[in-house]
Design a protein. Structure first.
Ligand code: CUA
Length: 148
């Protein structure tokens, strides 16, 4: 190994150390964290299902790593849900399998849709936007009962 090679290696090592130090220093000194932000805090502070009348519901749902809140919604068949959805951290998906409902839960924003469930059954909700290590476990369900 000649001395040019050694010099290049030393320079590379030195630069790498500086970059690593800068990244670690910034991560700790600025307390970098995933932002948490819920718009319209009044309704989303506590995610909930609001019964408007026997066949109309409003759902205020919050997605976060790696679940939905609420993660289970039970309604009688024939019901209509006004769904308001936001995210606490990163972009998540909200796909109601068999219903063709395909929403994004975006931090700082609210997605809204209206869905009617005429057939009783269990409708699975899956996150279809990659959101980190627990993405594949992120799911919920809507249980549509046949009693009215
Ligand atoms: Cu949430 Cu993928």
């Amino acid at each position: 190994m000649d001395k040019h090679e050694l010099r290049v290696m030393a320079l590379t090592g030195g630069l790498l150390s500086i970059f690593l130090f800068a990244i670690i220093y910034n991560a700790f000194s600025r307390k970098i964290d995933v932002p948490t932000c819920v718009p319209y805090t009044g309704v989303f502070k506590k995610p909930h299902i609001k019964k408007v009348d026997d066949l109309n519901y409003e759902v205020y749902a919050v997605a976060h790593m790696w679940s939905y809140d609420p993660d289970e919604i039970t309604i009688p068949s024939g019901s209509t849900i006004d769904l308001y959805l936001t995210s606490l951290d990163v972009v998540h998906g909200f796909n109601i399998v068999l219903k063709g409902v395909n929403l994004m839960a975006v931090p700082g924003g609210v997605s809204k849709t209206t869905i009617t469930f005429n057939d009783p059954g269990i409708y699975r909700i899956v996150c279809h936007e990659y959101c980190g290590a627990g993405h594949q476990y992120m799911m919920g369900k809507i249980i549509v009962t046949d009693k009215r």
